[in-house]
Design a protein around this ligand. Structure first.
Ligand SMILES: Cc1cc2nc3c(=O)[nH]c(=O)nc-3n(C[C@H](O)[C@H](O)[C@H](O)COP(=O)(O)OP(=O)(O)OC[C@H]3O[C@@H](n4cnc5c(N)ncnc54)[C@H](O)[C@@H]3O)c2cc1C
Length: 372
């Protein structure tokens, strides 16, 4: 987010932008742990709109940034095995098409099986497929944004941990880091799962909670083609996509509890493979080395939508937080919205009021049920 905001600010002509990163390099937070999924198949208008800005952005990323995004439009296939899944997909489909998405289609069971014949199909009742959905390389997207921002005049300061914020009568006055003080009347909190801690430096209560998510790569595996889409089993939430010579498996354990846990739990392998084999029997043959699996943090908000925009009561402080599992795919839109709000006070990408922090106090929660 920091890189995308810096890119969008400098692309709009702003030159005095500095990105602060406490680590030796960027990407050690959630971005480098992400699955890289990109989709417009969401259920709320605001998330669909964020994707309608971001996906075409990824399509032209390499050309515009001079750096690969790794965008592969292999699609997202939602697999329904209950009538209620179909109802949900139909409602989403109508909303997505109504907002201008052309590449999504509702599928009969036979179409689902034609796309991925390896699925256990006796209970499949249909699905949906988004042809421009797919995956990007999260680290490469982040690097592309940052390198271009630097070309355009931004500065990246690594080993710079934000340790405090100075607020005066006019609002934000600057940030303290473990390497010194930086004066600025405009500060963006893009601290990912740690955003709540950074917000506290400004006396702000931010409802962003870290939640561990684990991913399991298989060893080389060719029983499913490498051109397959991201496949989502709606019955369990198990999903997978091709990665390298094998597959990348994901499942969000509902028993996971909030906290800064980034260790991979080896017991997760059996849990995920049970769900995986249930839908994709040939996964029985897949080999998994738990040492190659990893865990990272989602930054969850109470309504599973991002918090973007000015912090209430603190002029100059902006929030780009709480992406609840969608931060990589929505990074282009977030950077553009944040830059618009900073430089012009308005944006035409989404109705930014929907994503502001005040919505929680005012009871205007958005509910995204397609959280993966
Ligand atoms: C397992 C997993 C799978 C995911 N899959 C997907 C997916 O398929 N698609 C998708 O779109 N999203 C996915 N996500 C979510 C996505 O990775 C995040 O939403 C996104 O990376 C958030 O980006 P960010 O820049 O806000 O946070 P981060 O990438 O975490 O960056 C925050 C940065 O702030 C730095 N920082 C924190 N505190 C301070 C401080 N005090 N001072 C200085 N620097 C600080 C950190 O070091 C870090 O580099 C996934 C996440 C996980 C964990």
């Amino acid at each position: 987010m920091g890189s995308s905001v810096a890119y969008h600010l400098t692309a709009a002509g702003c030159r005095n932008v500095v990105v602060l990163e406490r680590e030796s390099s960027q990407g050690k937070g959630s971005t480098g742990k992400s699955m890289g999924g990109v989709r417009a198949q969401f259920s709320t208008a605001v998330n669909i709109r964020m994707s309608l800005y971001s996906i075409p952005f990824f399509r032209s990323f390499d050309e515009v940034m001079g750096h690969p995004s790794g965008y592969r439009p292999q699609g997202y296939l939602f697999v329904a095995s209950h009538e209620r899944h179909l109802e949900y997909l139909r409602g989403n489909y109508r909303r997505q098409v109504g907002l201008g998405l052309q590449s999504v289609e509702l599928l009969q069971a036979a179409d689902v099986i034609r796309i991925v014949p390896q699925l256990r199909s006796d209970d499949i009742v249909g699905g949906s497929f988004g042809a421009t959905d797919g995956f990007v390389d999260p680290h490469s997207v982040m690097t592309g944004f940052m390198l271009r921002a630097i070309d355009q005049g931004a500065r990246l300061e690594r080993y710079s941990e934000v340790t405090g914020m100075e607020i005066d009568a006019q609002g934000v006055a600057g940030v303290r880091t473990d390497r010194g003080y930086i004066t600025s009347r405009t500060v963006v909190n893009a601290a990912g799962a740690w955003a709540g801690q950074v917000a506290k430096f400004a006396g702000l209560d931010l409802p962003v909670e870290p939640l561990r998510r684990m991913l399991v790569p298989t060893e080389p595996f060719d029983m499913i083609p490498h051109s397959a889409p991201m496949v989502v089993d709606m019955a369990t939430g198990f999903h997978f996509r091709p990665e390298g010579l094998g597959l990348l498996l994901a499942w969000n354990d509902p028993e996971e509890t909030p906290g800064f846990k980034t260790n991979f739990d080896p017991a997760f392998v059996e849990k995920i493979l049970t769900r995986g084999v249930h839908r994709v029997p040939c996964l029985e043959e897949a080999e998994v080395n738990p040492k190659r699996a990893w865990a990272g943090l989602y930054e969850m908000t109470p309504d599973h939508h991002a918090i973007i925009g000015p912090a209430p009561g603190i002029p100059g402080l902006y929030l780009a937080n709480g992406f609840s599992g969608h931060g990589v795919m929505h990074s282009p839109a977030t950077g553009r919205i944040t830059a618009d709000l900073i430089l012009k006070g308005a944006t035409d990408v989404v109705d930014a009021r929907l994503l502001n922090l005040e919505r929680f106090a005012e009871g205007r929660l958005l509910e995204e049920t397609a959280v993966l």
